[in-house]
Design a protein around this ligand. Structure first.
Ligand code: GLA
Length: 559
């Protein structure tokens, strides 16, 4: 008999936080298998043949380390990858679709659930991390939890590594109860974590860790199968206890990842991801990742000056635009405020524009940008001026929009942030339809004939980078420099990826140019700025990437 599945609700997108989501009613039918987090039994189900040799030895080491540490075999591994965003930066929290891909790099949470009659069953959760040897400058102390209702310490800037596990654990307890799934109380668990996503590089290691942890606890406490969208939604909410007001792209990319495919992730009406194949061109299309080695410090630390401010700027812009153009109340995202997508869609409805083709979309983008410029005639407004445009008292505005997540800002830039969001959303549409068309047109083209295709994709990435740097101000000089070098050495396009203010770039490169681009970056960026890097550190800093598979529960039989 099929077991019940943990459903897609609750959704972080429309439910107020922290008040609980509505009561769940069981689904009338079982979701199709592709909507469920898969349980896999072979490493080949997770990794491609290129990655198998390395991953097999990594998993062997994990199994051995687990046994040595806990004197028990592991029961299962919850595995979630990181993500690289190809295009669509900082627009997920405005509810516009984005185009990320999952990485092969991942976070493994290996678990042994001890039965009550095991002599060492003691209701404790012991959590260790193999990464202490890999990243010696970071602290990965073993943690021991006896009380599941412990507080997660996120005070100050120092978030302990285990906070991400605890965020997932708390989320799993909260949501499985709300969804009335048949869960048992927390059992005795021994856990070993192994992550190979470079930390603080903007590749979403923290979301992958929260997703894996949440899945691990659900798998330890319920026999239900788990819907991917449930895992995405609950991971987004869970991560918020860490002070991060994220949009959902990272968790969606991690959970929905499909090997060799980018994902067109949409957030309305429900979170979903449409795989778009990326490898069918001649010569093949490749992506090169380059880590600026400028640490994207954890957002609990820098969010008040950067990420959280951008979220508030885009929400306030949407609310003010909706008020000025009388488009009616916008649907509220996350108990917070309206979105720019809400405003955009309302304008299209009001104008009677049926969307779908490039020209209509372009016209709508132009019109919405015009209204943005008409509403915000300069780039900086004081809080009092913004409140006046909103028709609220400053203190009310601050209480409503600037307290849930800490903000340190005296001035807001509503104009440039909105222009970036609206235009970037159009670039996502163009980029994803170009990618999707590659399967149809390009297999038959010779190398030189496919050049305009690469150039068109690259131009969209370059425009995205310029907009991130100039309008959204989320790049930094080192990242700008990496993108320029990559283009000089033959990349068709290059841009920052992820949160920004440091972290990585992603470049679109024809297969026959990959070596040139990587060597160029090594010579002009790493040799100049980081001359002391060892060969293996360099290999980890700049490399070609392929889209990998998404989250899975692994009960591997071949290691
Ligand atoms: C972070 C957030 C995402 C997204 C990106 C920027 O990774 O977690 O939700 O907003 O930044 O595109």
């Amino acid at each position: 008999m099929a077991s019940a599945s943990i459903p897609a609700s609750p959704s972080p997108w429309t439910t107020p936080h922290p008040s609980p989501p509505p009561t769940y009613s069981p689904p009338l039918s079982f979701p199709p298998p592709e909507d469920l987090v898969p349980t896999v039994t072979r490493l080949h189900d997770i990794y491609s043949s290129v990655d198998l040799p390395h991953q097999t030895s990594r998993w062997h080491a994990l199994v051995a380390r687990f046994k040595a540490l806990y004197d028990r075999p592991m029961t299962f591994v919850a595995r979630s990858p990181g993500r690289v965003n190809l295009i669509g930066e900082h627009i997920d929290y405005s509810w516009f679709p984005v185009l990320p891909m999952a990485t092969v790099h991942d976070v493994l949470v290996a678990v042994c659930v001890l039965p009550q009659n095991d002599p060492v069953a003691d209701d404790r959760i012991i959590l260790s991390n193999v990464s202490s040897s890999k990243y010696p400058t970071r602290v990965f102390n073993t943690r021991d939890f006896q009380d599941p209702f412990f507080e997660i310490s996120t005070t100050g800037t120092d978030v302990d590594w285990s906070a991400y596990f605890l965020a997932g654990l708390k989320g799993a307890l909260m949501f499985s109860k709300l969804c009335a799934a048949e869960t048992s109380p927390l059992p005795t668990m021994r856990i070993l974590v192994d992550g190979d996503i470079p930390p603080c590089a903007g590749l979403s290691a923290s979301s992958a860790f929260v997703c894996s942890s949440l899945l691990a606890v659900l798998a330890a406490t319920t026999s239900s199968t788990i819907e991917k969208s449930f895992l995405v939604n609950s991971s987004v909410i869970s991560e918020r206890v860490l002070g991060v007001n994220s949009g959902g792209m990272d968790q969606a990319a991690s959970v929905f990842g499909v090997r060799d495919h980018a994902l067109l992730v949409d957030f309305r009406p429900l979170v979903s991801a449409k795989p778009v194949r990326v490898l069918d061109t001649v010569p093949p299309l490749c992506f090169v990742l380059a880590n600026s080695l400028v640490v994207t410090a954890n957002r609990a630390e820098t969010g008040p000056d950067t990420y959280n401010v951008r979220v508030v700027e885009t929400v306030l812009a949407a609310e003010i635009l909706a008020r000025k153009y009388n488009v009616g109340r916008l649907e509220i995202r996350d108990g917070f405020g309206g979105t720019l997508r809400g405003f955009y869609d309302r304008v299209c409805e009001q104008e009677g524009w049926t969307m779908g083709d490039r020209e209509s979309e372009e016209r709508a983008v132009r019109e919405v940008v015009r209204r943005v410029q008409e509403t915000f005639d300069r780039d900086q407004y004081s809080l009092d001026e913004v409140a006046e445009k909103l028709g609220q008292k400053t203190e009310d505005m601050v209480r409503k929009y600037m307290t849930r997540f800490p903000i340190r800002a005296k001035y807001l830039n509503l104009r440039d942030r909105s222009i970036h969001v609206i235009e970037e959303s159009f670039r996502v549409k163009c980029f994803s339809s170009l990618l999707a068309s590659s399967t149809v047109h390009l297999r038959t083209l010779s190398g030189s004939e496919s050049r305009p295709y690469f150039d068109a994709l690259g131009a969209l990435m370059n425009a995205s980078q310029a907009s991130c740097a100039n309008f959204f101000e989320c790049s930094c000089p080192e990242v700008d420099e990496l993108t320029q070098i990559a283009r000089r050495y033959g990349a068709a396009g290059s841009r920052m990826t992820g949160t920004g203010w440091g972290g990585c770039t992603v470049s679109l490169v024809r297969a026959d140019k990959v070596a040139d681009v990587i060597n160029g970056l090594k010579k002009e960026y790493y040799a100049v700025r980081y001359p002391g890097l060892s060969a293996s550190q360099l290999e980890e800093a700049v490399f070609a990437i392929r889209p990998g598979n998404g989250t899975a529960l692994a009960k591997i039989e071949d290691v």
